[in-house]
Each structure stands twice: as structure tokens, then as C-alpha cells.
Design a protein around this ligand. Sequence first.
Ligand SMILES: Nc1ncnc2c1ncn2[C@@H]1O[C@H](COP(=O)(O)OP(=O)(O)OP(=O)(O)O)[C@@H](O)[C@H]1O
Length: 291
Amino acid sequence: MSEPVLLALRGASFAYEDGPAVLSGLDFEAREGRALALLGRNGSGKTTLMRLLSGGLRPREGQLAVEGSPVTYDRKGLTRLRTTVQLVVQDPDDQLFAASVSQDVSFGPLNLGLPDAEVRARVDEALAALDITALADRPTHLLSYGQRKRTAIAGAVAMRPRVLILDEPTAGLDPDGQERLLGTLGALRDGGTTVMMATHDVDLALRWADDAALLTPAGVRAGPAPTMLARTDLLGEAGLRLPWGVAASQLLRSHGLLEDSAPGPRTAEQLAAHVAAPTAAGSATTDGRRP
Ligand SMILES: Nc1ncnc2c1ncn2[C@@H]1O[C@H](COP(=O)(O)OP(=O)(O)OP(=O)(O)O)[C@@H](O)[C@H]1O
């Protein structure tokens, strides 16, 4: 995890009007080009944290910084932040409002005052990335839920953010839709975008994320996903359980069916490979990926 820190919250505290503190003294970092899963129990503050990171909320104490420069909350500072960080909210109906898919996706780039040709290029690129080019002229009110989700994400992608933050993007999608979306987000990450998602799905987080951040009552605990998602103590604090592959490996180990050195599997295929060839598994990298 040696990539430079792109976005950082330091000592951040936040409470909604007349409410108790949701987050206090919180430190959080997002590094360049990483896939990051944010996990925590219901009401722990994941959405609040993501809104702080994208400038929709302002910390009462502490500071948000992009590449070490503190964010200012005037119009200019927020516009600059929105060209760096884009948040896709959980419910696409809170984000979509234009009549057609392409109109909706073009809204952000048009708002930046970009030339028409640049706006068109960004919209085409975002529609292609989300595999919804065929829906460009479709009225948004006629889209299915999964199509609305992809349209909302395309709107954020069209801003070409360096950090794309998504609040439970796979919730409500069928398994095929989830896989396609994870593939799309993986491709964005491979292209250098930092992609962060809040999820309750530990199995998905282990399979997809480079890093995992667990929101616990003591603050954020972050590190490589395979390490963090094998920490029963931290998972318990965050109201989560072990990913099934990690739990299965622990059981197999306790029955002497798996070498202690075999790394925690990220997928069913990796677990099968470790069981079938424990010696070869021992030569895999420590994050469970084949070298
Ligand atoms: N607009 C608001 N006004 C007042 N309180 C709020 C508001 N939004 C959230 N809260 C409160 O802040 C706390 C954190 O909520 P938040 O939505 O950030 O949690 P979360 O981890 O995203 O939850 P979930 O997993 O259920 O989506 C909760 O106690 C919630 O009731």
C-alpha cells in the first residue's frame, strides 16, 4: 500500500443538527488507484463519511485534504473538489433528474462549462464504460433499477474523477448485474481511478477490494483487505462476520486439511487450489493472489 494518499480526513468530527456525534476524531485515507471497501454496521456513519469525503458535508472539527492541500468550502474550492471526487448515492432516484440517459450523464460536464465536443466525448466514454450506450436516448423514468444505477454511476464517471465513491452500489442488483458492475469498477481502478465503495458484503469486499476500512466505535481501521477481513476481533466490532472463504480455511486448518501458511483465499477457486496443492499455495503472495 505505497501509493500516494490522494484524499485524507484528519481528526474529523461530525454531528447532524441537534444530533449526537456520528463521527469523532476520525482519520481516514484513500490512496491513488486503489479499490477500497468501507464496511461497518448500520448507522455507523459510512454514508456520513462518504459525504464528508465528497464535500457534501463539512466536518465540524478536523480537515479534508486533497494531496495534502486543505479543501476550502467556498464555491471555487467545492468545484475543484467535485472534479477530483464524485459520490454516487445509494438510491439512483436521488441522483437522476434529466429526461434522458445522455442528458443526465452530460449534466456534470456541462456544469463545468466544458466545450460541447468535450462533453459529448465524456458522455460517450461514460456510457461505454457502464455498458449503457444503447440506452443513451431512453427516458430515465422508463429505466429498470439496475439501469438507473448504471446511469447514476455514468454521470459520476463523466466527471472523470480521480476518486469515485459509491454507496452500496451492488445493493438491489441481480448476481449478473453485480458481477458486471464489479468488472466495470475494477476496470476504472486499473485505469488509475481510486474506487471506494460502502458495502455490507464481506465476501464481495474480499474478492474485489485491495484495501478494507472497517468503521468501528474506536474509529476507522484500515489495511489490505485479506488482512483486515480475517480479523475476527475487528469484524466483530464492526458488526460483521468472517468472509465464508476465510471461515472455511480456518475450519480446514483446524482439521489439518490446510497448511497454516496457506493464505486466506479470495475466491472459491483459490480455496480449492490451496486444498488441492497446499505446497504450491504456500508460494502464493501474502495477499492471496498468485504472483
Ligand atoms: N440527515 C440526517 N439527519 C440527522 N441524522 C442523520 C442524518 N443522516 C444520518 N443520520 C444519523 O447518523 C448516523 C449515521 O448514519 P449513516 O447513514 O452515515 O450510517 P451508515 O453507516 O451509512 O448506515 P447504513 O449501513 O444503515 O446505511 C445514524 O445514527 C443516522 O440516524
